[in-house]
Design a protein around this ligand. Structure first.
Ligand SMILES: Nc1ncnc2c1ncn2[C@@H]1O[C@H](COP(=O)(O)OP(=O)(O)OP(=O)(O)O)[C@@H](O)[C@H]1O
Ligand SMILES: NC(=O)c1ccc[n+]([C@@H]2O[C@H](CO)[C@@H](O)[C@H]2O)c1
Length: 223
């Protein structure tokens, strides 16, 4: 959710994880003159239609087709000795409402804070386009509720994170979880070609999509 602490957490993870790239959803906002004005009189910054999600998907696909090339193009140093895994972090407030992306994720995290905290944090922020008076209660919060309800009704599974925890605690919690999922993707645990893959906790996803595709014979014993 807005002001849950996504950027703060993402920046810490980015520094800690090897071969890690990030894509920020806010970078895909349409130009301001293409943001509709709703019946409520507010510019609709918090609806999916205000973002160029096709362009965001293209960027994710570019990473999927070659994480090394993507990392090089974005100035991320490759550390081949660290592991042969690559990680892509997506950071944004409407990541689980755009169908073509929903099943691509290996892990889905959702930071939440209570209404009062969210409103307070938001009031301290300076966005490129400042919030007009009444935007939070008239648009931001209702849209947050709407999209979250839809996500839950659609059965999109997420790992909820309590955004009231300290920055450090959240960082440790998620870092550990990511490291565990990397371990669970070690070659000896990759599914054999014929039997069905055991159910992953978060639905189909891409599972080990962060692993750079390599011929099985050349894979190391562990990540
Ligand atoms: N764990 C935390 N505890 C207290 N304050 C936090 C925590 N994490 C972030 N903050 C503060 O809350 C505000 C929002 O943080 P941040 O920019 O990371 O959120 P965001 O979810 O990316 O917001 P946005 O809606 O702009 O996408 C900032 O002022 C930040 O310093
Ligand atoms: N990044 C922007 O251009 C912009 C402009 C106006 C409002 N916002 C707000 O950013 C949040 C998502 O990070 C949303 O709640 C928008 O209201 C962003």
């Amino acid at each position: 959710m807005t002001n849950g602490g996504k950027t703060t957490l993402t920046n810490s993870l980015l520094k800690a994880l090897p071969n890690c790239c990030v894509i920020h959803q806010d970078d895909f906002y349409k130009p301001q003159d293409q943001i509709a004005v709703g019946e409520d009189g507010f510019k609709q910054w918090d609806v999916l239609e205000s973002l160029d999600m096709a362009a965001m998907l293209d960027t994710v696909q570019a990473w999927l087709s070659s994480p090394q090339k993507f990392a090089r193009a974005h100035g991320v140093g490759i550390q081949p000795e660290a592991s042969d895994s690559h990680i892509l972090l997506l950071e944004g407030f409407l990541l689980y409402s755009y169908k073509p992306l929903v099943d691509l994720y290996s892990r889905r995290y959702f930071l939440t804070v209570p209404y009062e905290e969210c409103k307070w944090r938001r009031s301290t922020r300076n966005y490129a386009v400042p919030d007009p008076p009444g935007l939070f209660d008239g648009h931001v919060w209702p849209m947050y509720q709407k999209y979250r309800q839809e996500m839950e009704a659609d059965g999109v599974e997420v790992v909820y994170l309590d955004g009231m925890k300290s920055r450090e605690e959240l960082f440790r919690e998620v870092l550990e979880d990511i490291q565990n999922s990397l371990l669970n993707c070690s070659p000896e645990e990759l599914p054999a070609p014929t039997p069905a893959r055991p159910a992953r906790p978060q639905g189909p996803g891409h599972g080990c999509s962060h692993r750079t595709a390599r011929p099985a014979a050349s894979q190391p014993d562990s990540v």
